[in-house]
Design a protein around this ligand. Sequence first.
Ligand code: NAP
Length: 249
Amino acid sequence: MSAKHITNKTALVTGASRGIGAGISKILAGAGYNLILVCKKNETTLKKIASDIHSHLDTEVLTLVGDVSDEYFVNEIKTSARMIFGQVDVLVNNAGIWQSGLVTETSLDTWNELVKTNLTGTFLMCRGIAPMMIEKKSGSIINISSIWGVHGASCESAYSATKGGVNAFTQALAMELAPSGIRVNAIAPGVIDTEMNSSYTKDELQDLQERIPLGRIGTPKDIGRTILSIINSPYMTGQIITVDGGFLQ
Ligand code: NAP
């Protein structure tokens, strides 16, 4: 993209190359935000999403590829955001990975990878971007956790622990940043139709769907709409918003 001066608001979305992050990005662009889109490795798909958004909505989009759990990369994001847009008004920490398995068969490498991506990545992004928001005394941070971080899920103890950590981090950070005019909330999605759920069999998906009172699996758009609701709710902070169609535990 060109480094032209931008006057509109800017949103930064991690994990934007597909699934929920791509859905959120499109909805934010539709609401008039310029975008900084981040993913770990799928640069081609990220750039395709960026160019689709740019051509349909004339939104300025910056793409950055790297690991949100790497503090050098997070510094690069911060520097680029400041240089090109001058500010970040909305930060959506959506990048995440999922693994299931019995706790007795979960390797330390798997545990560490989940913690690093889901929890450390969220911490580093908040630590990196919050100072820009503090300077302006405004901003909205939205962390994407999971219903499994609220209730825990059998055979997903490591994933659940990271998402429970994201929820507790969200509530604590909300209290810390409220005096600086920054709101911090989390969305805890239920089952959403993305690649993350591609390992479920047809029968397993059917079973999950039957446990959803609204009768369907969620879409990235459902999460994007909730992001807009949070942004437009200036008195809401420290909340974990469950978006799961009423999923029955
Ligand atoms: P997805 O389709 O697997 O997409 C994951 C995204 O995160 C990709 O853009 C990926 O980038 C990026 N990513 C992964 N590790 C990263 C890292 N270390 N640094 C930077 N980017 C990284 O997942 P999704 O289903 O959209 O899930 C998005 C978020 O929602 C996750 O936090 C997930 O835990 C949460 N969630 C999902 C569901 C669900 O049912 N889908 C339910 C509850 C919560 P690359 O493409 O480059 O790999």
